[in-house]
Design a protein around this ligand. Sequence first.
Ligand code: GTP
Ligand code: MG
Length: 206
Amino acid sequence: MKVKSAKFIASAATTESVPPGKLPEIAFLGRSNVGKSSLLNSLLGVKGLARTSSNPGRTKALNFFAIDEEMVFVDLPGYGYAKVSKEERKNWGKLIENYLAQRTQLVLCILIVDARHEPSLLDLQMKSWLQHFGLSFLVVNTKVDKLSANERSRSLKRAQQVLTTERIVPYSAVTGEGIKQLWDEIRASLISQPDGKSMQASQVRL
Ligand code: GTP
Ligand code: MG
């Protein structure tokens, strides 16, 4: 899919500063430094819209991007970064939890894991959270460009077992593998809204 416009809307470090909106939203989640921002940029075909870094913990707030005035992508701060204070971790937890629990227009959560490693306990907890909130989610196994063909299929099977889901897309922000499949999933989520989710402006909370 060709994106015509991708615009940064806002950055929110607190629940109060989350922007109102009525477009359907797609959230990108994963542990710190897993490649969330890179995935977002590669999906959109732009470099540097979401800021990437080799230093973990780069994205500290929720960043909102309007895509073709049709949907909004939300880059969430990564979890599991060791070098943050207890206080910061607590604030992060609240920010994400409020967002996931209350954002009526959230139609799909993309949980990103590193294909080179077994999904961690935190990844599993995040998946349980998404299920708890009744959110539709999809797992992306990223950085597959770093694996051989054998390692890739082992990695996919392992992630399917650990996260108990078949719905996993192999991906690489470097080669562009998986971009089409991920767009197909995103498009499908815009069409099939689960019951009770409506894009009526009057029903949008936060
Ligand atoms: P935080 O915002 O800090 O949580 O990180 P993030 O999850 O947004 O990760 P980011 O996109 O900044 O990428 C982290 C590092 O992984 C960078 O050095 C990227 O170049 C690298 N990276 C991301 N995706 C891929 C990929 O598909 N393949 C390879 N080989 N490297 C990748
Ligand atoms: Mg980031």
